[in-house]
Ligand binder design. Structure first.
Ligand code: F6R
Length: 236
């Protein structure tokens, strides 16, 4: 595991964007796995800057997002589809029909999960997966549990996740209690993984995940088994 520590969020965001842009430069038709949340925002704005400067072309890229809240449609301003459209997809030349986010409004969420995995598989899997980490150690919405779940599945969000994410909603009770999330199989089959985390609040859980025992109660610890993981942590 390549563990890079930088001082500022700005440096983290630049480095992460450089890694993603290099991936797209090396393989223009690559498959990117993308994350939402506040940590990747700076990465996405740096990617947009590079696109505006003419340094990268996303027209052949396909993307798969990690997760979506159950019950929020694409027009809800806290849905992850909305987040991605606003912060990245509408600002670069990726083809909208090549951007995939699980559908949290699907009538049959179990089928939706199976279909999502089939779709990822049909594109040959993910080349580079971007991840954040939750304060409970989750990646995607793979929450602490007795086992790691392989497939895309419905996750009951932990109280700590609901609390942490309530900052984006009017109140804690507005945060959906469930999400549909990519499972560990598609994440771990990604050829490369880039995990970004910032601030004191993430350091302990990040280091437990990197250096502690591999334990489904700390979902990100499974990344220790992956051959090509880069972690960028910024102190602020
Ligand atoms: C979101 C996701 C989550 C976040 C994590 C950290 O798509 O997969 O695992 O990466 O909750 O969120 P922030 O960056 O808001 O601290």
């Amino acid at each position: 595991m390549n563990y890079i520590i930088v001082d500022t969020y700005k440096e983290l965001s630049k480095k992460a964007a450089n890694i993603i842009v290099s991936q797209v430069t090396l393989k223009p038709n690559c498959v990117l796995g993308l994350a939402t949340g506040s940590t990747p925002l700076g990465t996405y704005s740096n990617m947009v800057e590079k696109y505006n400067a003419g340094d990268v072309d996303f027209s052949k890229v396909t993307s798969f997002n990690l997760d979506e809240y159950v019950g929020l449609d694409s027009l809800h301003n806290q849905s992850y589809r909305y987040f991605m459209n606003e912060n990245l997809f509408s600002k670069i030349n990726i083809k909208k029909e090549k951007t995939f986010v699980p559908n949290g409004m699907a009538e049959n969420l179990i089928e939706e999960g199976k279909e999502y995995d089939r779709l990822i598989e049909s594109f040959g899997g993910i080349d580079l997966q971007l991840l954040g980490i939750g304060i409970d150690g989750h990646i995607g919405f793979n929450e602490p549990d007795k086992v790691f779940t392989a497939e895309t599945h419905i996750a009951e969000l932990d109280d700590s996740t609901i609390k942490a994410n309530s900052r984006f909603f009017n109140s804690e009770k507005d945060v959906p209690k469930q999400a549909i999330t990519m499972g560990m199989k598609s994440i771990m089959r990604a050829k490369k993984i880039l995990l970004v985390a910032n601030g004191k609040g993430k350091k302990d859980i990040l280091e437990k995940a990197i250096y502690g025992p591999i334990d489904p109660m700390i979902p990100a610890s499974i990344l220790q088994l992956h051959p090509d993981v880069t972690v960028i942590f910024s102190k602020e």
